[in-house]
Design a protein around this ligand. Structure first.
Ligand code: PHB
Length: 362
């Protein structure tokens, strides 16, 4: 029986505990997608995590959907990420980069030449994003051609290679929360009639090809995939989540990846939706590797998830945002700093690198 605070072996990586830092959008990158100058401090403050997963990071200019999010597609971006990774390693941490393409969750003003966002189908999401001028409805996307699909898979491969160059310990493929890969997976956003839509197997194909591209660059145990089965965030839905996500898991099992990361509840859906409990249990049983859960966990629920075998690790978002030394605080039931939503998305050092360690209190 394992504890949340026990080490975890992932391929050749030794992770010091199972308290992971979940990917968190912070909107403090430069307009050109170079991570901000405070990011190295922010991430290295959190190096006591068993594993840090970075904020979602664009694989290409067309992958961008929000103002001031970082990318991993230019030399300057890679050079800055290199400094961040070095700072985390210096502090004894491990860090994976999250590879992101937003698909239809974007606005033309954020995209090169103000073009329409790309998506499996030209179906506009009932969702909003944040541009330089604030909250706006997302734009109507253009359905990707076969050439767009090939190009985008190539962009994932190139971004994965860039993450390798920057020195990351691995990468997480963002296939959750209604962004591009999830838009292919779930039926509400995929009305294609070619090899990438129509049946569950065809909807799963884009993810498979992205994984294959990333595995051209990375050893399988250095690659994780994040999914949100049955998730409705960003106007998502599926006609049969059990069938769709069991096929996703079966397909991914064949690659012997580092981990599967399951979002059980989006922030506004915390705690996990009861009706999906059976699906999550099924996926946990079906998955042959390391299984990470996320979505509103506290110390007690996280400890129980690992000790009961329902998960191998727990990714904490808001709690890690507000508590740089979260593993220590959870394991000792120390006091927790409260996260301040006003400084989640964008801003200065306040609410970013100034949350105190517990030791600063005592
Ligand atoms: C966001 O920027 O709001 C965001 C990004 C990635 C997610 C979820 C939300 O997976």
């Amino acid at each position: 029986m394992s504890s949340l605070y026990d080490p975890l072996t992932m391929g050749k990586l030794q992770l010091k505990n199972r308290v992971f830092m979940a990917p968190l959008t912070r909107n403090r990158a430069r307009p050109d997608g170079v991570p901000g100058s405070m990011a190295a401090v922010y991430y290295s403050q959190r190096a006591s995590a068993g594993l840090i997963v970075t904020e979602a990071t664009q694989i290409s200019p067309m992958g961008k959907g929000y103002v001031n999010t970082p990318g991993i597609h230019t030399d300057e971006q890679v050079a800055e990420w290199k400094k961040i990774v070095a700072a985390v390693h210096q502090a004894g941490g491990r860090i994976f980069l999250q590879l992101w393409h937003v698909g239809r969750i974007s606005h033309s003003s954020l995209l090169p030449g103000n073009v329409a966002p790309l998506a499996p189908s030209a179906i506009r999401a009932k969702s909003q994003t944040v541009t330089a001028s604030g909250f706006v409805d997302v734009s109507t996307p253009r359905a990707m051609t076969a050439t767009d699909i090939l190009q985008t898979i190539g962009d994932f491969r190139k971004a994965a290679a860039n993450a390798h160059l920057a020195g990351f310990d691995g990468v997480e493929i963002h296939a959750a929360n209604g962004y591009l890969i999830d838009q292919f997976l779930q039926s509400k956003s995929n009305a294609r009639t070619d090899d990438y839509g129509g049946t569950t197997a065809k909807r799963v194909r884009f993810l498979r090809e992205v994984v294959e591209a990333v595995l051209d660059v990375w050893e399988p145990t250095r690659v994780g995939v994040r999914i949100s089965p049955g998730g409705t965030f960003n106007d998502m839905d599926d006609e049969d989540p059990e069938q769709t996500f069991s096929q996703v898991v079966d397909m991914l099992n064949g690659f012997r990846l580092g981990y599967l990361h399951v979002v059980e509840a989006a922030p506004e859906e915390t705690p996990a939706r009861e009706q999906l409990t059976t699906l999550f249990k099924y996926l946990r049983g079906a998955w042959k590797g390391i299984y990470i859960v996320n979505g509103g966990y506290d110390a007690a629920r996280g400890e129980l998830a690992v000790s009961s075998g329902d998960a191998d690790a727990v990714a904490y978002g808001r709690l890690f945002l507000a508590n740089p030394d979260l593993p220590k605080r959870l394991s000792h039931r120390g006091p927790l700093n409260a996260p301040d939503p006003k400084t989640f998305y964008g801003g200065t050092a306040a609410g970013y690198i100034d949350y105190p360690d517990w030791s600063a209190h005592v």
